[in-house]
Design a protein around this ligand. Structure first.
Ligand SMILES: [Zn+2]
Length: 398
């Protein structure tokens, strides 16, 4: 049976049910590949042809990387399937034609947002408690980057969606850790500090997580946040509060902060974790889809900012990938889109989009790779060692 754009989503569902997990992952990847070929005209990449990063314009010292996690998980029915593509017009029409797209990024770790993001950032499947305020156990990419290239703390930043992510920038590993990590900015914490706790007008921007139980530490003190705002982001409290009133969601707030950071500090390694989509846990399908549509638009906004900021234009590689997916409708152990608790193939088989100078455009690869391959790939692109990471550099990008 041939897969056409009209039937590939459904075919995938039927075949996924019948297949063993490994085969089901391949089926899903090929289905995504065939959908992108027919809906976006993307060519299938030849793994033997290397990219030409080494010959790209920017010298290694000037290269920058921005990683966006497309959280918290979206399924193909709502994205890369015929019935989902209307939700991601910016990815489909603007980004994919300029990108290399990988259809089979498998996450074999724990499917909780904090621990999965920590795994993406360390290249090791972390086993820390998802609901505790703990640092990753293995060195993060930020530590490898800063130690390997002797970069200052201002050159690696994380913009994180939840106060529970406050430890993501730096591991507890004894050879790395203390003082070598990324600076972490928590936009909600910043907003709380700026409004001195009188935040009634901003509640829609301050919701900290969509799952329970969730330990979101009460972060003490607002001095450091206000200092970040004024000294680093060059924003007055009043300007920040006024602009925040024009924003509709926590991720919009994060992207606003990221833009400000790019303009004022221009870090070479910037990691932005999106989280609006995870509102799916509340059970309202329309809010989940709205989250996907917003994330799609915000990814495009970031790409445009990269092209328009002199510090980033022509030298920045953008990585977009989900931390993991969400449950499949027919799995009796779950409740469809609402959660990610069954550990089924759909919730583990994600994708990755990469764009920037030296990265091939409009190609798709469907071989299996792992979430842990991200960190070694970043190390190879920017020229630092990631010796304790489990994954392998992605050859198609190097
Ligand atoms: Zn979630």
């Amino acid at each position: 049976m041939t897969i056409s754009p009209q039937n590939c989503g459904h075919l995938s569902a039927a075949r996924l049910r019948a297949a063993d997990p490994r085969e089901a992952g391949h089926v899903l990847a090929r289905t995504r590949r065939d959908f992108l070929r027919s809906a976006a005209g993307v060519a299938v990449g030849n793994t033997l042809l290397r990219s030409y990063w080494a010959r790209a314009a920017a010298s290694p010292a000037k290269r920058k990387v921005i990683v966006v996690t497309f959280g918290g998980g979206a399924r193909d029915q709502e994205t890369f399937a015929p019935e989902g593509q209307e939700n991601i017009p910016h990815l489909m029409r603007e980004l994919i034609p300029q990108a290399t797209f990988f259809t089979q990024v498998v996450n074999r770790g724990i499917l909780g947002h904090y621990v999965a993001t920590a795994s993406l950032a360390t290249g090791v499947y972390e086993t820390i408690n998802n609901f505790a305020s703990l640092p990753p156990q293995s060195p993060t990419v930020f530590e490898y980057f800063r130690k390997g290239l002797k970069r200052p703390s201002s050159d690696a930043w994380v913009v994180a969606p939840s106060n529970g992510f406050n430890r993501i920038g730096e591991s507890s590993h004894r050879s790395y850790g203390s003082g070598l990590g990324a600076r972490v900015i928590l936009p909600k914490h910043l907003l709380t500090a700026a409004t001195s706790g009188r935040s009634d007008d901003y509640q829609h921007l301050l919701r900290d997580n969509y799952e329970t139980p969730y330990y979101a530490p009460e972060l003490a003190g607002s001095e450091f946040e206000l200092q970040q705002l004024e000294m680093i982001l060059k924003l007055s409290v009043d300007d920040f509060k006024a602009h925040a009133q024009t924003l509709s969601s926590p991720d919009e707030l994060s992207v606003y902060i990221a833009h400000q950071l790019m303009r004022q500090v221009s870090p070479s390694l910037l990691w932005i974790t999106m989280h609006d989509i995870d509102i799916a846990h509340a059970g309202a399908y329309s809010l989940y889809v709205e989250g996907i549509q917003r994330t799609d638009r915000l990814c495009s906004d970031l790409w445009k900012t990269i092209q328009s900021e002199p510090e980033y234009a022509g030298r920045t590689t953008l990585f977009i990938l989900p931390d993991f997916g969400r449950d499949y409708d027919d799995d009796a152990g779950g409740n469809g889109f609402q959660h990610h608790r069954t550990g089924d193939v759909l919730s583990r088989t994600t994708w990755m989009l990469v764009a920037g100078p030296g990265i091939r455009e409009n190609v798709v690869f469907d071989r299996a790779m792992e979430s842990t391959d991200l960190v070694p790939t970043l190390g190879s692109l920017l020229g630092f060692s990631t010796s304790l990471a489990q994954g392998k550099p992605i050859a198609e990008l190097l």
